[in-house]
Design a protein around this ligand. Structure first.
Ligand code: HAM
Length: 416
């Protein structure tokens, strides 16, 4: 037996029904905020991710699904979608057409992480990217959208952490100094921590190792202490706007995020209900990425959120909801043509959900199945009635059964 790959999931209608519902809400939410959907390819040139997400990040270093195609080009399944959106924005030089572009997306991303609850190798993200505005109101719009989406889905147990990484080379400067400070304590680091110290010391800030946490606590300043007054003013304006919108948040001076493209505002929404993988969504400004990928100096900000984690936080019971309106029960082989025609006519004329049995089952078991699908009515077709150009329509709730002329089926349901 061939099984699915570890960290991937098959989703059946009980769950896809809920996901479709979420997507419908998201589409509407984005529409009323002025964001339009962008769909980019699922695989890209590997270089796109190493140049944007960052060569020394965990994602690029060890989590990407990368292969060489028949022409020797290195390709990668997208581990996130911001890089693709920016690539596409640069390729089309969209800033020449519109001073601001607001996109959203929903789709699969791939990271070879160790699978656990809320952490998959193929997971699904929705996200937004606003390219063009350097102003704090754009940051506040993005953060408030993230918050309001979770509110829309009824999630109460939320917290938003925000921070500023400053602009220019603050991140790099801080990273170098952090490395210098932590190097003095090298002897207590294990192998992977030593690699992090060497390649990407910022990743040590969220280390689970208590000793490292202690060292950080006592010996290192926060990145926020390094940022310029301009950056602080920007940050304060963002928080003032959030206050005026009643969006709750805490300023977490340790928050740096695990992707390299960020500057200024970064944020994460977490939920206590998620356990170890508590990040529902994360995002921030990336004012240098458009230029870095060959475009102009265009400021931008966005976030992305995991759909699987949203589903966990929503604690859905996955009761399938796409109920059947009418169940067609055919009792004889030679009436298959009539039954198929009747079901098609009803769907076309009334646009309701019509289920037709294709197992040639008995009346009893078809009625049982109709009940299981929550059918409101069933239409019973047999040769006695059909020869009089009629059928039986059974109201599955009241159990009342009526004989109706085939020609009157549509008007019968129209009046129901
Ligand atoms: P990220 O923090 O790497 O950011 O991912 C965003 C969200 O995707 C996470 O908060 C989490 O909910 C979900 N996620 C990530 N990895 C997994 C996984 N292995 N399994 C399940 N869910 C996962 C980004 O991807 C950035 N592109 C966000 C962004 C957009 N920044 C600016 N614009």
């Amino acid at each position: 037996m061939i099984k699915n790959i570890k960290g991937t999931k098959d989703l059946f209608p009980e769950v896809t029904c809920d996901i479709q519902d979420i997507e419908r809400h998201l589409n509407r939410f984005m529409h009323i905020h002025g964001y339009g959907e962008i769909r980019t390819p699922i695989f890209e040139a590997t270089e796109l991710f190493s140049r944007s997400v960052g060569e020394h990040t965990d994602i690029v270093n060890k989590e990407m699904y990368t292969w060489e195609d028949q022409n020797g080009q290195s390709l990668t399944l997208r581990p996130e979608m911001t890089a693709s959106v920016v690539r596409s924005y640069v390729q089309k030089q969209l800033w020449k057409i519109e001073p601001i572009s607001k996109f959203y997306y929903i789709g699969p991303s791939f990271r070879r992480e160790r699978p656990q609850k809320g952490r998959l190798r193929q997971f699904h993200q929705f996200g937004v990217e606003a390219l063009g505005s350097p102003y704090p109101e754009q940051d506040a719009e993005i953060i408030s959208m993230a918050y309001n989406i979770y509110k829309m889905f009824g999630i109460e147990n939320l917290s938003i952490k925000i921070n500023s990484l400053g602009s220019n080379n603050i991140r790099q400067k801080f990273s170098l100094e952090l490395k210098e400070t932590l190097s003095k304590f090298k002897s207590i680091f294990n192998e992977s921590e030593l690699i992090r110290l060497e390649k990407n010391p910022l990743r040590l800030l969220d280390s689970k190792n208590k000793n490292i946490q202690n060292i950080l606590e006592k010996n290192t300043p926060n990145i926020f202490d390094y940022i310029s007054n301009d950056d602080k003013n920007h940050f304060n304006r963002v928080t003032n706007i959030l206050d005026s919108m009643n969006i709750p948040y805490t300023h977490d001076q340790k928050l740096v995020r695990g992707l390299d493209y960020y500057n200024r505002t970064v944020f994460e929404v977490t939920s206590n209900d998620l356990g170890g993988q508590d990040a529902l969504c994360g995002g921030g400004r990336y004012d240098n990425l458009v230029a870095q990928l060959g475009g102009k100096e265009i400021p931008a900000i966005g976030f992305a959120a995991g759909i699987e984690r949203l589903l966990i936080a929503m604690k859905l019971e996955h009761n399938q909801t796409n109920n059947t309106d009418i169940y067609i029960i055919n009792l004889e082989d030679e009436l298959i043509e009539d039954s198929m025609k009747i079901s098609d006519d009803i769907r076309k004329d009334l646009g309701v959900a019509v289920y037709i049995d294709s197992l040639r089952r008995s009346l009893k078991s078809q009625l049982r199945h109709a009940n299981k699908l929550n059918a409101k009515f069933s239409i019973i077709i047999d040769s006695d009635t059909i020869k009089d150009k009629a059928v039986f329509i059974k109201n599955m709730e009241t159990k009342k059964q009526e004989r109706i002329l085939s020609n009157d089926i549509i008007s019968y349901f129209e009046s129901e």
